[in-house]
Design a protein around this ligand. Structure first.
Ligand code: 2RA
Length: 335
């Protein structure tokens, strides 16, 4: 029998992608409840051949709901997820709100599926997209060689800022394409022009000089892999790409590494493939993974500087595996 499933933030980019994933994976649903702000209430969204009317989110929206997927920002999760959990609903939250809570599992189904069993708050957290994509590449190598440190730089799509990030890039590309200039009025999402530019800041700066996004990679990697001493340092950069994040990673391990063996580990590994043949100019680019489930790894090489280290490049769709698909896969694990 199907589940009574709610999506909070159904009208956003991730919410829409969740609907696509639920349909494509034939997720068993007896009733779909779409919840959003009063502004969006009343909208009708197609699902499995019928139109579902969006309802306004309230604290009482979760009576008899089995699973609720939240993707409406940290504020909404903070305010409404506890009410949903208290109503007996299993909450899968895509915001950063509960990720580091002791009693909340932080799950990538291909890595730590068993963690969902211990959910005293009835809340399961979906990791940050950059963490998911990076760890999809590193986990198979961790199983082989024992991961000890990560040095990474990310190249993050504008979809990470929601639909408005995509709009801002497209608008600026259009103006530049017609010989115009980007004005300050066109810089709402980002502090600088994003078209034909890169911005070495994702999310707010902290006192350490790292941004919140960079500290998410540090904290979430340790929790998901259960490696409390894992060393992680990264720089997260926004680039003028629509949907896929790319990450350049140098990873160090306990044991000596072998590139051929490392490349081969991805064959038949769920959710991640290798696209890696440098002699023939073969490696993954963001357009390869857009709207696709799997992440792709390439540029794998034995690192020239660090002992027992591999340097590689991984790409994944930020909206899909980075958010919506991962949340739906977690929902599939919930009995
Ligand atoms: C971003 N990872 O890319 C953050 C949130 N989705 O903006």
């Amino acid at each position: 029998t199907g589940k009574r499933l709610a999506i909070v933030g159904a009208t956003g980019a991730v919410g829409q992608e969740m609907l696509d994933c639920l349909e494509e994976r034939n997720f068993p649903i007896s009733e779909l409840i779409l919840l959003a702000s009063a502004r969006s209430a009343g909208k009708e969204i197609p699902f499995r051949g019928s139109l579902i009317k969006v309802k306004e989110l309230t604290h009482d929206s979760f009576a008899d709901v089995d699973i609720a997927l939240f993707s409406a920002g940290g504020g909404i999760s903070k305010e409404f997820a506890p009410s949903a959990a208290a109503a007996g609903c299993v909450v899968i939250d895509n915001s950063s709100c509960f990720r580091m809570d002791e009693g909340v599992p932080l799950v990538v189904p291909e890595i730590n599926p068993e963690a969902i069993k211990d959910r005293p708050k009835n809340i399961i957290a979906n990791p940050n997209c950059t963490s998911i994509i990076t760890l999809m590449a590193l986990y198979p190598l961790h199983q082989l060689y024992g991961l000890t440190s990560v040095i990474a730089s990310s190249y993050q799509a504008v979809s990470g800022s929601g639909a408005q990030g995509i709009v801002e890039l497209d608008e600026q590309i259009k103006v530049l394409g017609s010989g115009g200039e980007v004005t300050d009025e066109m810089k709402n999402v980002y502090p600088h022009q994003i078209a034909s530019n890169v911005i070495p800041q994702v999310d707010a700066f902290t006192e350490s000089g790292y941004t919140k996004e960079e500290l998410k990679m540090f904290n979430e990697s340790r929790k998901i892999l259960s490696l409390p001493d894992l060393k992680v340092t990264c720089t997260c950069v926004r680039v003028p790409v629509h949907r896929s994040h790319s990450v350049s990673v140098t990873a160090q391990f306990e044991k000596p590494v072998d590139v051929a063996e490392a490349r081969a580990v991805y064959a038949n590994y769920p959710g991640i493939n290798s696209k890696d043949d440098p002699e023939n100019g073969i490696y993954p680019v963001p357009l390869d993974t857009t709207k696709k489930d799997d992440c792709l790894v390439g540029r794998m090489r034995k690192d020239m500087v660090l002992e027992n280290a591999l340097t590689l490049w991984v790409v994944g769709d930020q909206v899909r595996k980075g958010a919506a698909l991962n949340a739906v896969q977690i929902a599939e694990l919930v009995e």
